[in-house]
Design a protein around this ligand. Structure first.
Ligand code: GLN
Length: 456
């Protein structure tokens, strides 16, 4: 009831595409009955969870915030949803996002933009929530739910976590099943976790992680539930922390820079060895990511032709026309642009020059991480270069590069598949959250999250 009343209270923030009120009430009643019957309850029993609208939910619309899937009602649950529900968690609703998770603002949704809670004035004057998992982040930040699921391909969980002042975890690629997550870039997508504290984040991760035979990229290594050390019962003595110089972008705001320094100093004061490291291929990450993203998008979006999947236009004079008008009308401009560019990169004459080359550069970016782990155990970087931009400024930038730059600090981790977590640190002089990011090697979540908890 409290969760539902908060959903109402913060309606203006447009966090939801759908609120699954009756389903949530039924779920809560089931937990109550288990409690009354003295049955053992899981850590998540009866807790409201919000799921981004690109995860399939049985008989509940799953739209990807796009006209193309406006009427799509899956017949099955994504593995993540299935696992949360079998742990007793209650689905409160499906959250707003950028269409097909393409974006960094949650401004490109057919349901309208999400509005950040921080610095909010009115429906026209507000800061973006970040994206593409902006709805999930707002739901957590406003206390509508215990935690939320996002997806992270280039930063879509960590970026809005940073702008909304909550914890955002991108797990190791393959640790959490992608089955039922509508794909953006299959080789980089991971379900992400948003919560108010690192401990809450761990409870959710423990419920959803682990091998899933339905996802061919799922890691087979058995998952051991993470138990974090209590409070400050942990020593940072000897922990080797790297600060990559390439993350000092010219566009880094002075306030974010200062917070980054403060956290580095704090870690050092607590006994960690903090040193500068170099990851020379970081600067190529945005361009490389754009090419790979657009190529995979071109291929993934091919299924939405209005016949097999997705919105079907009335223009059925010929099959060609039906395809063309269903796709022109069903997708927004961002999606259409990416499909066109991706197909261009994949033309026989361009394939070597762009796609293959980008794969090689991706390997170099990934190798930077392998090399750096020889000297340090964890990396400390900003999550975003600035605090949340004002909506009006963000949408006026005709130059789409500005949007891509939002992910400058987050994308490289997806290229390498390594885990990363964004932790809110303090508010800026304008009252907007500033966060830092910790990145670890593959499957280092127990250590990564323990350090995150120490910092939070
Ligand atoms: N902003 C990036 C993009 O638009 C990342 C999105 C994501 O992580 N889903 O592709």
């Amino acid at each position: 009831e409290t969760a539902l009343s908060r959903v109402k209270q913060f309606e203006n923030h447009n966090a939801f595409i759908a609120v699954t009120e009756s389903q949530a009430k039924r779920g809560a009643e089931r937990s109550q009955r288990r409690y009354d019957a003295n049955q053992s309850l899981s850590e998540l029993d009866g807790l409201p969870i919000v799921v981004k609208d690109n995860f399939c939910t049985k008989e509940v619309a799953t739209t990807c915030a796009s006209k193309m899937l406006e009427n799509f009602r899956p017949t099955y649950n994504a593995t993540v949803v299935e696992r949360l529900e079998s742990a007793g968690a209650v689905l409160l609703g499906k959250s707003n996002m950028d269409q097909f998770a393409m974006g960094s603002g949650t401004v490109d949704s057919i349901y309208g933009p999400s509005r950040n809670i921080w610095g909010y004035q009115d429906e026209c004057n507000f800061h973006i929530a970040g994206g593409s998992s902006g709805g999930s982040s707002i739901a957590v930040a406003t206390g509508m739910c215990y935690g939320a699921i996002g997806s992270d391909t280039g930063g879509s969980t960590r970026n809005p976590a940073s702008y909304c002042g909550v914890v955002g975890l991108k797990p190791t690629y393959g640790l959490v099943s992608r089955w039922g997550l509508i794909p953006l870039v299959n080789s980089m997508d991971v379900p992400g976790v948003l919560a108010r504290t690192v401990d809450d984040c761990v409870s959710i991760l423990n419920a959803i992680a682990g091998f899933d035979p339905k996802d061919s990229t799922s890691l087979t290594k058995p998952y051991r539930k993470i138990r974090l050390p209590d409070g400050k019962n942990m020593s940072l003595k000897g922990l080797k922390v790297g600060v990559p110089v390439e993350y000092f972008s010219e566009l880094l705001s002075p306030e974010v820079h200062e917070v980054w320094n403060e956290v580095a100093n704090l870690l050092e004061a607590e006994g960690a060895e903090v040193r500068q490291v170099s990851m020379p291929n970081t600067e190529h990450s945005i361009v490389c990511y754009s090419i790979l993203n657009q190529c995979e998008v071109a291929s993934n979006m091919a299924r939405y032709d209005g016949v097999e999947f997705g919105y079907r236009s009335d223009d059925n004079e010929s099959t060609e026309k039906l395809f063309a008008s269903s796709r022109s009308f069903g997708f927004n401009e961002v999606v259409r642009n990416r499909i066109l560019t991706g197909n261009y990169f994949l033309l026989t004459r361009n394939y070597e020059k762009y796609f293959n080359k980008a794969l090689k550069v991706r390997r170099l970016i990934s190798n930077d991480f392998h090399d750096v782990w020889e000297n340090v155990q964890i990396l400390l970087t900003p999550t975003t270069l600035t605090t949340a931009p004002l909506y009006q400024d963000f949408i006026q930038k005709t130059n789409r590069d500005q949007c891509a730059l939002q992910d400058y600090c987050t994308q490289p981790a997806n290229m390498a598949g390594v885990p990363a977590v964004s932790i809110p640190i303090k508010l800026s002089s304008e009252g907007l959250p500033i966060s830092v990011q910790l990145i670890g090697r593959n499957l280092s979540e127990p250590m990564l999250l323990a350090v995150a908890k120490y910092i939070e």
